[in-house]
Structure formats: C-alpha cells, structure tokens
Design a protein around this ligand. Sequence first.
Ligand code: FUB
Length: 462
Amino acid sequence: MWNLFSVPLAVVVAALTVAPAIAANPIVQTKFTADPAPLVQDGVVYLYTSHDEDDAADFKMLDWMLYSSTDMVNWTDHGVVASLATFPWAVQSNDAWAPQVVARNGKFYLYAPVSVAGWPKNVIGVAVADHPAGPFKDALGKPLIDKAEGYIDPTVAIDDDGQAYLYWGNPNLWYVKLNEDMVSYSGPIVKSDSKPANYQEGPWFYKRGRHYYMAYASTCCPEGIGYAMSESPLGPWRYKGQIMESNAASSGNHPGIIDYKGHSYVFGFNYQLNFAQTPVHRERRSVTVARFDYNADGSIPTLPWWDGIGVEQLGHLDPYRRVEAETIAWTSRIKHDWDRPFDWAPGVHTARGPGAGMHVADIVDRTYIKVAGVDFGAGGPSRFAASVASGAKGGQIEIRLGNVQGPLLGTLAVPDTGGWQSWRTIDTPVGAATGVHDLFFVFKGKGRAPLFNFDYWQFQAR
Ligand code: FUB
C-alpha cells in the first residue's frame, strides 16, 4: 500500500493538551434510529436499534440496524442486520419495532415485535445468528409469542442460575420463562401484577449484583424513563423513580442500559435531528446516550434530559490500523448560504455494496466525518491511504485536525475509478501531527451529485 519516500513537512501539529473527546448526542446521524438495545460482548458494545425511514411521518419501520464501538464515541455502522423479510409470515410493510439481542451458548438471539394480519396484530418473533452482526435467521417460522394487543417491546435477561426471562408489553407488562434453547418457553404467559404505575412500554430487564431492574418508558406523553427494582426476577416490582423526566421536546423515550469498561450507560432517543431540519414533529428519532453512577444502594439517580454533549471517549483510536470509513463520531455538511436556517445539515450516508460490504456512500461536496480522539503518537504519520470508488469524477478528501477548518494534514485526490463499486487504494503524503486529535475528513468536489464512496482508511507511521 505504501511507497516510502521522505515527505516535506507541510504541516506540523504538535501534541495538544486536549479535553477528552466526547460523543455528541445523538450518536448516529447517518440514519434515524430508535429503541436502542445495547449488548456488551467480548469487549465491544453492540448497539441494535430500530430504524425510522427517512420519509417517515408516523412510524414507518422496516428493519433493524447495528452499530458497534469500543470507545463509546466512534460508532461503526454494520447496517441492516435483520428486517421484516427475516420474518416472512409477518406484515412486510411496517412495524419493525423495538428489538433486543441476547447471547447464549455462542449464539445471538434477536427478539423483535412485528405484526400479523388482522386484529389483534402484535406478536414477537425470534431470529438467531452465529455472530452479533448476523445474518439473523428466523428461528421458528412463526411467532414465539402469538398475537395479542400490546405484545411489543421484548426484553430478555438470563439469571445466574441459567433461567432466561422474556418480558414485554404496552400498556401491561407480561413475562414468560424461556427454555434453554431461547426459542421456546415453559409455563403460561403471565401478566405482572406489580407493574409500576407510570409504566408505558419499552421494558429493559437486567440483573446487577443482587438486584433485578426493570427500566421502561414511563409516563405518557411525553415519555420519560422510569425504573423499578426487585429481589426476584419475577417481582414484585417496586417503583424507584425516574431515571429521566419526560420532556416536551420528545414524545417518546426508550431505555437500554449497560455497564461497559467500568462505567454505566443509559441509551434512549430524542427527535433532535428531526427538529434540526423542520419544526414539524415526525417519527424520525435519534438514539442518545448518557453516563451515570449507581448509588451505593443500587438505586439510579435522576439524570437531566439528553444533552448534546454525550459521553467521554474511553481510550483513543489507533490511526495506524485499518479503520472502516463508516466509523463515525459525527457527520454533517458545512452549510451553504442557501440552506434553511436550522441547526444541522445531513452528512454522509452508509450503504452495503458487493465490492466492499459496508461503506460510506453519497459523499457530496462539503460533507464531513469526524473521528474523535485519534492518537497519532509521538512520531506522527507520514502517509494516508484510503479505499475509494467513484463512478463520477471523484473529488478530494481534506484531512484536517480539530475541526472542519483545522490544520490541513493533507489532501487525497480521489479519481474516477470506473464505477461506484470499483475500489482502489489511493495514498498521499501527510504533514506531521503528534498526540491526540479529533480527525476530520472534509469532502470536496464539483456539483451537488455524489462524488465517490469511501470504504476504509489508514495512516502510516513516520
Ligand atoms: O419504535 C416503535 C415503538 O415506539 C416502540 O416499540 C416503542 O417502545 C416506542 O419507542
């Protein structure tokens, strides 16, 4: 990949004493995402989400997405990991609502609410995969939990004794005991008689230490996040308070809670990107995250409404290893004079293609990607390489530090490669930079049409 030769130092950027990189909320900007369901597996956070279509007015939901991170700030897009087509017996036109994935015995089980024809229509399906990123396959060829009104929002946890429990429901809270195969259950479907008074939907069931927790979308509407605790997996559930009060800026909310690398996180969603583009409420939601600390007695403090700041980065990103271009802390577009006066312009998109799998697509002039907290080390880089493809005239990748107008490390000229899936690795010398910086790829080119696609990148150390 590299042609080693000495490079005049166009730019020398010394190590800065930087504030820790943070994930700006919402944490995904390439799509509208909702109903976060995080899973920690082998040191990685896998964040499953539902997906509001770009043209959704009311709920319009066809598939489930996956993002992963090892630092809680830079999220790698794995694209669609399951869709309504995974459950061919379900209504195919809508209703791919809030999922959860759990791991057991080397397999990954995706529980998903979908609908069937007629009334009542709500059922819960289960699909299984050998890897967190799928492919997920329908396990049963029929619903796991057959139809009743309000059978949505499944959540699963496995107790220390190996017994797995599936909870779900709006506005009631139901449960069954899952068998060890995770795709069947024993005993009756039970309606919990200790559902907290402000419970609405979106339960998130887990055990931490000796405490069992039931977090959920509380109050309606708008929804906050409430939680209850118990000393038993089946309750009784004692209401403990609000993890987050509701907020008029957001009609919905939906918790997903994990511990990761010594910290505790709650995910939810807001409508920030929708309202950054229009004053009209549409079901175009965006997943958010906040960090919190449990109190000594296991209770959870009440957090402020989702801020735009997010959480601190855990560690730094190594730029001398191949990094997928769809690893993104933030993407947007440098605005034009003719843009509407809202806060945020959509940036790049992601797509899956035959040549490169997941990649960044629809790169147009002035879009950019921020990769947070990149550690160039003491020696710094000498060259930058990227895998790119263009069926048009290509463009440029400006490699900047700190912000979209920050010091220019180098510019990679992307040619017409002969097709949108005809991938070439192109490299360029870069100036010196040491220490930790937020890295910005600012895309430039002529016209308003897509310029090129971008699969991965890597720096060479000096
Ligand atoms: O996303 C569709 C539905 O909205 C979910 O299933 C509910 O929890 C609410 O977030």
